[in-house]
Ligand binder design. Structure first.
Ligand code: TRP
Length: 494
């Protein structure tokens, strides 16, 4: 018996869900601090170029792959390729690994929203950002509890199905997120000294001339950081877009949809930058730090610096704090549900292939329990603050000439350990193999047929062919080497 595949209720519903998948912690947390680390404007420029020539092309390919085969990532590769049929597995392993720590971070956002609610309604002296942060990390049980609640929310949404769960949440969540972001940006930009942060983001060379960073960073380094960030931010190479694409009607325009998703994701990253960086500069100035000495590059930006901004504003700050952390929470949920759906769809496809209906509720429970079990370890580890055993840690120790011991990112903490395999290896490798498969095995025209079903843009054929055959693979090799070098501490690019 052939099973009728579920479909999105509308194209807008699909777009909001796909934007929801893309917009996540990567935009709100990763983008501002990587921009800080890599010197502001230069990073932005490279990011934009990569988004157009690589991000957009891979996005389009994934949606087409999913819709053409009408299957999730494992089934899609199996159906379309001989040599690369196994690549689909990378596309379910990676999201699974990502889920194991993403839900812990989601739990952190939940905890910070609660901290701000408490501050609003009690009169105790509020904790500083640093106090809240270390208090959170060193309390494993509480983190596990928040991870559980966060996982539960996602469980309920995904159990509702494509239309009844994911699309419904995105239809309300995404517009709400946008409005909240605008509120936070207005607050951030009207803080004293905020303009320095804006200049850091948009004035070429300002990061160096104002002393935020000592010198313009290496081009290759910026390229690989921006590339890795762009890939992560667009939810590429994790099967998410293949899966969402597989539920899309043939009449919808894939080119237009891809442009919209890439544009919206980049816009939100920039907006998040405007919400975070000027506020961080302002609080630094208020704390008496000179402009050039303000650190914008720490991963603490979200949970320490920004919380300090809210605390410094008193009760009103707590209100902004709630708005901000709920906003991040929505972004995290809309990403996590797409990751869960990748794995769930794979099992549903398998059931359908056997002629069975597939018990969605049961599959969702099992998938959630599986990643939740691993996430407990990540929560207990508290970004490495609780001294948990980490695989290969001793093996990877690097002893300097003066005897100091350092560890590469991969064995720094459990979160990085998982992230390394997911974001550092599986994701760039998956994208590289996908571009080789499309460009050289099944040939671009196979997917162009699908792409042209709902669109008639004449230049897309040539543009797509050149990008997927040459530009994407070369870029992916760089990004892969950059990521591996970064995570394993190999210093390949100096
Ligand atoms: N794009 C998400 C973010 O910016 C993270 C992410 C990476 C993701 N790959 C994904 C989300 C795949 C869903 C599916 O935070």
């Amino acid at each position: 018996m052939k099973q009728e595949r579920a479909k999105w209720g509308s194209n807008l519903g699909f777009i909001l869900a796909a934007i929801g998948s893309a917009v996540g912690l990567g935009n709100i947390w990763g983008f501002p601090y990587k921009m800080g680390k890599s010197g502001g404007f230069t990073f932005l420029l490279i990011y934009l170029v990569l988004a157009i020539f690589v991000g957009f092309v891979v996005m389009l390919s994934e949606l087409a792959l999913g819709r053409k085969t009408g299957m999730g990532v494992v089934g899609a590769y199996r159906a379309i390729s001989k040599k690369f049929s196994w690549v689909g597995w990378l596309g379910v392993i990676a999201p699974f690994l990502l889920l194991c720590f993403y839900v812990v971070l989601g739990g952190y956002c939940l905890e910070y929203a609660v901290i701000n609610v408490t501050e609003l309604f009690t009169n105790a002296t509020p904790m500083t950002g640093a106090e809240s942060f270390s208090g959170m990390l060193s309390n494993p049980l509480r983190s596990m509890g928040y991870t559980f609640v966060f996982t539960l929310i996602n469980y309920f949404i995904v159990r509702g199905g494509i239309q009844g769960g994911i699309e419904k949440f995105s239809n309300i969540g995404m517009p709400a997120l946008f409005v909240m972001l605008v509120v936070i940006i207005i607050r951030s930009l009207t803080l004293p000294g905020a303009i320095e942060g804006v200049k850091f983001m948009f004035v070429p060379g300002y990061a160096v001339s104002a002393g935020f960073i000592a010198q313009e960073p290496d081009f290759i380094n910026v390229l690989s950081t921006a590339g890795g960030q762009m890939f992560f931010s667009l939810s590429l190479a994790m099967g998410a877009m293949v899966t969402y694409g597989s539920y899309l009607e043939k009449k919808e325009n894939l080119v237009k949809n891809s442009v919209l998703i890439v544009f919206a994701d980049t816009l939100v990253a920039l907006m998040a930058g405007l919400a975070v960086i000027p506020a961080a500069v302002s609080i630094g100035l208020q704390q008496g730090i000179a402009v050039g000495d303000i650190k914008l590059s720490g991963a603490n930006l979200l949970f320490v610096t920004l919380q300090d901004v809210f605390v410094s504003m008193g009760k009103m700050g707590a209100v902004f704090g709630i708005v901000f952390y709920v906003l991040v929470l929505i972004a995290a949920i809309s990403s996590v549900i797409s990751l869960v759906e990748v794995v769930v769809t794979m099992f549903m496809d398998q059931a359908h292939a056997k002629g069975k209906k597939g018990n969605r509720s049961k599959i969702v429970v099992c998938v959630c329990l599986a990643f939740f079990a691993v996430s407990l370890v990540v929560a207990a580890d508290g970004l490495g603050s609780n001294g948990l055993w980490i695989p290969f840690r001793e093996l990877s120790a690097q002893v300097a000439a003066d005897g100091t011991v350092t560890y590469p990112a991969i064995t720094g903490c459990w979160l990085d350990f998982l992230d390394c395999w997911a974001e550092g290896v599986a994701m760039p490798l998956g994208a590289l193999l996908m571009s080789l498969m499309i460009g050289w095995e099944i040939k671009p025209k196979t997917l162009l047929e699908e792409i042209n079903l709902g669109s008639n843009i004449s230049w897309i054929g040539g543009f797509y062919t050149v990008c997927i055959k040459f530009i994407v693979p070369v870029a992916m090799v760089f990004i892969l080497l950059g990521q591996v070098s970064d995570f394993f501490g190999l210093h390949l690019f100096g």
